[in-house]
Design a protein around this ligand. Structure first.
Ligand code: A3P
Length: 292
């Protein structure tokens, strides 16, 4: 059996945070009713699934140039940016969000906007999630991995921002209805063969065939290159304090690997997680890749 550490109060922190989130979402009704143009693209993913990465790739594909986006991904995030500011962003617009389908602007479906639904295996997501939550000071930095994962497995709050099982189930149930404007991708496939995945994505986005560009994009968006580019971006556009900028970049672009979870999950935690997965994801037949 898994030994859950009694020290600390990780779970309390997480619940507190889950309650806090609706405050960020005061503008949700305006997002639901926000206007969308047919050529607006939306990236949907649970936190830590590689959204920054896909956002840069998509931006390069739609601009037809392997140049980094001038802004941070958060500048186009539905949760945090008011609708009128999102609408005023220059085209081509690529929004991103951690909302479930029920939270998206209604016009996304009326106008048949293209949606990229990005998946990553939940074990690597959670390993990435803890330093992210701590880096943003949502969780106490003293909380250790073993304690976090134990408490996370007991976490029942229906939050699309925090609960991977809730978020993912909502999406897959929705996909069962059949939506040909939604393109499903996996972090692991992108890591395994970026040029092939970029080529397939270009086809879905209808941006035309350009194999030289696709190769350039794969190189420009490699983990190291993107991390380097992000450092200067954060420094230039967001924070003047170089140390703070470096910290954010370090947990946003932490390791960029498939299978890092093996360095964190003990055998017993892994067994418990697999059993939980089987229970929570019953009837969802998506197969995640846990190593390459
Ligand atoms: P790790 O913490 O495992 O390194 P998001 O952008 O949705 O917040 O996801 C962040 C995760 O994507 C981090 O995972 C980050 O390192 C990884 N990532 C970002 N860019 C990447 C790239 N070019 N290649 C591989 N992984 C990348």
């Amino acid at each position: 059996p898994v030994q859950c550490l009694k020290i600390g109060d990780a779970f309390q922190h997480i619940v507190k945070m889950a309650r806090m989130i609706p405050d960020y979402r005061k503008h949700i009704p305006s997002i639901r009713n926000m206007e969308m143009d047919a050529d607006d693209v939306l990236i949907c993913a649970f936190s830590k699934s590689g959204t920054h990465w896909l956002w840069e790739i998509t931006s390069m594909l739609r601009n037809g140039k392997a140049d980094y986006h001038r802004k941070e991904k958060t500048s186009a995030m539905l949760e945090f940016v008011p609708a009128e500011v999102l609408r005023a962003l220059p085209k081509p617009r690529i929004y991103n969000t951690h909302f479930t389908p029920q939270g998206l602007p209604k016009q996304v479906f009326d106008r048949n906007c293209k949606i990229l639904f990005l998946q990553r295996n939940p074990k690597d997501v959670l390993v990435s999630f803890l330093p992210f939550l701590q880096g943003h000071k949502f969780l106490d930095s003293a909380i250790q991995w073993d304690e976090f994962i134990c408490k996370y497995m007991e976490f029942e709050v229906e939050s699309s921002l925090l609960n991977w099982f809730y978020y993912t189930r909502q999406w897959f149930e929705f996909l069962k209805e059949g939506h040909d404007n939604i393109y499903c991708m996996a972090y692991e496939d992108l890591k395994d063969d970026p040029v092939m995945e970029i080529t397939k994505l270009a086809k879905f986005l209808e941006v035309g065939e350009n194999s030289d560009l696709f190769k350039d994009i794969a190189v420009k968006c490699s983990f190291q290159n993107l991390k380097q580019a992000a450092t200067s971006k954060v420094e230039t556009f967001k924070i003047n304090n170089k140390e703070a900028a470096k910290k954010i970049t370090n947990f946003t672009y932490r390791k960029g690997e498939v299978g890092d979870w093996k360095n964190y999950f003990t055998i017993s935690v892994n067994e418990k997680f697999d059993a939980l997965y089987a229970e929570k994801m019953k009837g969802i037949d998506f197969k995640y890749r846990y190593s390459l």
